[in-house]
Design a protein around this ligand. Structure first.
Ligand SMILES: Cc1cc2nc3c(=O)[nH]c(=O)nc-3n(C[C@H](O)[C@H](O)[C@H](O)COP(=O)(O)O)c2cc1C
Length: 378
């Protein structure tokens, strides 16, 4: 299976180490960053969602209409719209992008952040709602006759959409979360299951949990797995480690100055979402894991989302990523701390190595398959 690379579609140049230089929606930078991904070997970029952030759907439409190949992963929170409305938005966006859309359904890991846009459900209730919502969206994408829906969270009658996706039967559904409720909902509904980068052993555990949930839901296939990292690369190991320590120093300095380095303070002592709690526990247990995983970036941000680094030369980081590929990961997600410069460097120096090695592994596997067949058949 060829590996895929997911980057980030930020709408401004701010990151954990630097405040943004302009507005939250910087149209020129949004296009420049997306174009850098398209021109340097990436497959797809994530348009993330935050309560106060620029709306990712029109930003994604803008990028899709300006670029030809880059695919879109649009983050969407069910609490902000009705599923009939969302399904039409997605279908229209799949038309604008000529079939380049995947939707990442976000349940929301923090009550206070959810409350900012009127969501009062508990996390487990939110997962049940997401599940119902995804099913409705899938049905609208594929149903050409009016239908009724009577569910726990949504009720509507006589609905049929007049706009359908380009992708048939429908665009892919992506999903993230590391709690049992997340595995159950995503295992049942997701085509792509997203994890934040953890040590190999812990990642293997999560992949197994997702597969078990898919089987428990009666599926015969399993979601493809995506894992996300923050690579810190340099021409030598020594320079990469210097850069890593400089990066954590910059995150801590911003934090000490009281600048919002990650998400807006949500008022709790620690994160409520299991994914972030896992990242903090892993960082407390050790700084370095496996070939190149480094946790102080996760510790310094309080386990804020995709925050574990992979540190080293492009060769080292590529080999570390291949370890995840060998574990069963299909999509590698990466984002640097200098969003634009790192997207270019990673695309130039890391992606080609990983693709070449994956092609070799796939060719060897195919050859082994042929040999086995030859042995069996004579
Ligand atoms: C790759 C990935 C991307 C995510 N993107 C967003 C996002 O843009 N906005 C957001 O609020 N949550 C985002 N999340 C958070 C999850 O969708 C989910 O709401 C949260 O992790 C649930 O917590 P849990 O680990 O306790 O199940 C993302 C998660 C993953 C794995």
């Amino acid at each position: 299976m060829p590996v895929e690379f997911l980057g980030i579609a930020a709408t401004n140049d701010g990151s954990e180490i630097t405040p943004r230089s302009g507005a939250a929606f910087d149209k020129e930078y949004t296009l420049r960053l997306a174009r850098a991904h398209e021109e340097h070997g990436w497959d797809r970029v994530l348009f993330a969602y935050g309560s106060g952030s620029p709306d990712p759907a029109p930003a994604a439409a803008y990028i899709a209409s300006r670029l030809d190949r880059l695919q879109i992963l649009l983050a969407h929170r069910p609490n902000v719209s009705y599923p009939t409305y969302a399904a039409k938005t997605f279908a229209t966006l799949d038309q604008i992008s000529e079939g380049r859309l995947t939707v990442h359904f976000i349940t929301g890991g923090n009550d206070r952040e959810q409350g900012r846009e009127g969501d009062v459900l508990t996390k487990d209730e939110r997962y049940a709602r997401t599940r119902e919502y995804i099913r409705i969206v899938k049905k609208i994408w594929t149903t050409h006759e009016p239908f009724d829906h009577e569910g726990e969270h949504y009720r509507f009658h006589d609905f049929v959409s007049d706009v359908f996706p380009v992708q048939q039967p429908r665009p892919n559904v992506s999903f993230g979360g590391s709690s049992p409720a997340a595995y159950a909902a995503g295992g049942a509904e997701a085509d792509i299951y997203c994890l934040w980068g953890e040590p190999l052993e812990r990642t293997a555990e999560q992949i197994e949990a997702v597969k078990a949930a898919a089987r428990a839901a009666g599926r015969t296939d399993v979601p493809r797995i995506q894992v996300a990292f923050r690579p810190i690369i340099a021409p030598t190991e020594e320079l990469a480690w210097e850069k890593a320590h400089r990066t954590v120093g910059a995150i801590k300095a911003r934090r000490e100055r009281g600048e919002a380095v990650t998400k807006r303070h949500n008022g709790q002592a620690g994160p409520q979402n299991t994914g972030s709690q896992r990242l903090i526990a892993i960082a407390e247990a050790g700084e370095r894991y496996d070939r190149a995983l480094w946790t102080p970036t996760a510790a310094a941000t309080g386990g804020a989302g995709n925050s574990n680094a992979l540190v080293g030369t492009p060769e080292t980081v590529a080999q570390a990523l291949l370890d995840y590929y060998d574990l069963g990961v299909d999509i590698l997600s990466a984002r640097g701390y200098d969003l634009l410069g790192d997207a270019i460097d990673f695309g130039r120096h890391v992606i080609p190595i990983v693709r070449e090695e994956v092609a070799k592994r796939d060719a060897e596997r195919a050859a082994r398959g042929t040999q086995t067949l030859t042995a069996v058949h004579g």
